[in-house]
Design a protein. Structure first.
Length: 142
């Protein structure tokens, strides 16, 4: 069953249960190399780290629909895990999400470097930098 690093509404068991038929939480986790920013919905941008948790489900199509992948609002990318596994994460288009901080529009600063569509820029950054998922809760079996 694939793992997904979640850092927003899907960290809440009630929300996950409303959306998914067959799922479970794995351990708490952290992504190093990305940080969370707020907009209409949260997203991740280069540098820093973000805490969340791992969610396991086979319902990839349902998650893609929930995250707006078909419309390009978010892209699903795969990241390595420090324990040798892999986890997917959804990264949103900061400009379309209206990312703001301190009342100042930071969508340009919060964007992904380089040219191309969002997936291309995220994948390029991920490949060139140490972006990894680190499970942080030894109390859960993964």
């Amino acid at each position: 069953m694939p793992s997904f690093f979640v850092y927003g509404t899907l960290t809440d068991a009630d929300r996950a249960d409303e959306l998914l038929d067959d799922w479970s939480f794995g351990p708490d986790a952290r992504v190093d190399g990305l940080h969370r920013v707020e907009g209409r919905y949260p997203t991740l941008v280069p540098s820093g780290s973000v805490s969340g948790r791992l969610l396991r489900t086979d319902e990839v199509t349902t998650l893609d629909r929930y995250e707006g992948v078909a419309s390009g609002l978010y892209v699903r990318v795969e990241l390595p895990r420090t324990d040798g596994g892999r986890a997917f994460v959804y990264v949103g288009d900061a400009a379309r999400l209206g990312v703001r901080s301190g009342g100042k529009d930071e969508s340009a600063d919060a964007g992904w470097p380089g040219d191309g569509d969002l997936r291309t820029r995220v994948e390029r950054y991920r490949s060139a930098n140490s972006v990894v998922v680190e499970p942080t809760d030894a109390g859960h079996d993964e």
